[in-house]
Design a protein around this ligand. Structure first.
Ligand code: UTP
Length: 281
């Protein structure tokens, strides 16, 4: 079965970006000139997803406004390639909003989509994980799902210094980019990490994950954690890992967002000399 639905959860508190997230959704903070929600929805569209489900909290309606086709003033309408892209997105995917009334964890955010997913396998894109490159990771992962009929999580080799902040897997390679996940450990000490392969926020999941989430006890921070439910899937029916080589930034932290912004700004011919001289390269 082809994957046509993708969930983009953005209803978290975004405490690492306080105080700005008191009034602005984290997914609307620009990476140079484009918010992470734009990248996430565009990635889903490029992967051929037909239905994008954004899980948000009350007060994050700036996201809905962002994907509105019209501009408030015609004065701006002569220039804006990003506006064209928004129209293109609107013509190619259907955007649905699901509210999570309390931020009870990523697992709970996914659970709110049970009815709309309606029995199908589906993708999850976390906008905090910005992946840049020519290949659409979620579309490559969908192909692995269709071939192997197994849930797939994205994994990436990371420098060991980053392992204590991430979920890390013990995994056996079965094809060049595909691994069987044997175990996963949340935020291990460097010396306890089972590998240097970290879980990054892209998932293709069986519909059965909803049943598992419903049975999952509250985990870290008193929240329903998606990783706990995936851990159960690994033990019960198995989960595959898709290792991707593309550039990745954790834009869920101010430092990661700054690095990604510099990276993106340097792609722009108009600014590159100015930026280089600013950094005295
Ligand atoms: P994080 O665990 O990074 O939390 O969520 P956060 O709230 O975004 O940020 P910090 O840690 O407080 O700084 C991972 C993803 O899951 C979503 C978030 O919006 C983010 O995209 N999420 C998290 C929800 O949608 N609902 C939740 O209850 C928790």
């Amino acid at each position: 079965m082809d994957i046509t639905k993708v969930i983009i959860p953005v209803a978290g508190l975004g405490t690492r970006f306080l105080p700005v997230t008191k009034s602005i959704p984290k997914a609307m903070i620009p990476i140079f000139d484009t918010p992470s929600i734009h990248y996430a929805v565009k990635e889903a569209m490029i992967a051929g997803m037909k239905e994008v489900i954004i899980v948000m909290s009350r007060g994050q309606e700036a996201i809905i406004e962002y994907f509105n086709n019209s501009l408030k003033s015609d004065r701006n309408s002569n220039y804006n390639q990003k506006m064209d892209e928004i129209s293109y997105i609107n013509n190619n995917v259907s955007l649905n909003i699901v509210y999570q009334d309390n931020p009870r964890g990523l697992g709970d955010a996914i659970l709110q989509c049970k009815d709309i997913i309606n029995g199908e396998p589906f993708g999850v894109i976390l906008p905090d994980d910005l992946i840049l490159g020519n290949n659409s990771i979620i579309s490559e992962m969908s192909k692995v799902y269709t071939q192997k009929k197994s849930s797939v999580i994205a994994i990436k080799k990371v420098p060991s210094i980053l392992l204590p902040n991430l979920g890390v897997v013990d995994a056996k390679r079965i094809e060049s980019k595909v691994y069987e996940i044997l175990n996963m450990v949340e935020k291990p000490k460097i010396e306890d990490a089972p590998s240097d392969l970290a879980i990054i926020g892209r998932y293709i999941l069986h519909y059965e994950i909803f049943e598992t989430l419903e049975k999952t006890n509250l985990g870290i921070n008193g929240e329903i954690q998606l990783t706990d439910a995936i851990d159960s899937l690994i033990k019960d029916i198995g989960v595959l890992g898709y290792q991707f080589p593309e550039v990745h930034f954790d834009v869920g932290t101010p430092l990661g967002l700054l690095k990604a912004s510099i990276h993106q700004s340097m792609k722009n011919e108009e600014f590159i000399d100015d930026i280089k001289s600013f950094f005295k390269f």
